[in-house]
Design a protein around this ligand. Structure first.
Ligand code: PXP
Length: 253
């Protein structure tokens, strides 16, 4: 083995979020396209895991989808959910590999901003405890701010997922570079205090490279862009290309 190979960054996992396959299905209220079929195809195309967000209003993924994903998938399932008693009961019943706790507002179009772990320590700690006690790996979806990262550690979560939305929405240039720096230093801080670090939200072909090159990251979760791109190239090809961009960025880092 060459020195270069020895120095390569560890594999960066790709979690494919299938929420918006369900969005299209629900537009007609039928069974097509099936997010579980998309998840199985995604796994065959190289996804290391599948992510699905069961929202309080069930606007995309349904309870039945979670049940079917749980029984049919042969890769880990990461269930995104709000920290509510209803969702806790569902998670404990299905025991997915992982739960990512996210903030949720009924009126939002997508998850806006990260969870305020620092401000909600006492409300969140029991959720982390119960989920962890059931053997579920818990992550907190947060902004890349040291106080939110420290608070995630103090509530007992082993993983944080850093919100990349603002980085992706900022036009290329100095502003986006600044957002990237924020994510880089957040990831380094998380690693330093012993947390596994993930990232996601809004990532596409144009934005994934610099994030994938961050050494401390172990996983990216990507959904909307891949499902949209699948319309043009097919889901397998969209995943293959995203995977290749991630691997190339890691190899060059
Ligand atoms: N990570 C988390 C915690 C999310 O809530 C979402 C969106 O559901 C994603 C990643 C994926 O974001 P996108 O669909 O924009 O790729």
């Amino acid at each position: 083995m060459t020195t270069k190979q020895n120095n390569q960054l560890p594999h960066l996992r790709l979690g494919v979020n299938v929420d918006h396959v369900a969005t299209v299905r629900n537009a007609r209220g039928g069974i097509h396209p099936d997010p579980v079929r998309a998840a199985l195809l995604a796994a065959d195309a190289g996804a290391d895991g599948i992510t699905a967000h069961l929202r309080e209003d069930r606007r995309h993924i349904s309870d039945e989808d979670i049940e079917r994903l749980r029984t049919q998938l042969h890769v880990p399932l990461n269930l995104e959910m709000a920290a509510t008693p209803e969702m806790l009961e569902i998670a404990l019943r299905h025991r997915p590999h992982a739960v990512c706790l996210v903030p949720e507002k009924r009126e939002e179009r997508t998850t806006e901003g990260g969870l305020d772990v620092a401000g909600q320590h006492n409300q969140l700690a029991p959720f982390v405890r119960e989920l962890s006690g059931a053997g579920i790996r818990v992550s907190m979806f947060i902004e890349a701010e040291p106080r939110q990262i420290d608070a995630s550690k103090s509530v007992g979560a082993p993983v944080v997922e850093l919100h990349t939305g603002r980085y992706c929405e900022t036009p290329a240039g100095a502003g986006r570079e600044k957002e990237l720096e924020r994510i880089k230093s957040g990831a380094a801080h998380a690693a330093k205090i012993g947390l596994e670090c993930h990232a996601g939200h809004g990532l596409g072909y144009d934005t994934v490279g610099p994030v994938a090159a961050i050494p401390a990251l172990a996983e990216l979760n990507i959904g909307h862009f891949l499902v949209g791109e699948a319309i043009f190239t097919g889901l397998a090809q969209a995943i293959t290309r995203m995977r290749a961009l991630m691997d190339a960025a890691r190899a060059a880092a």
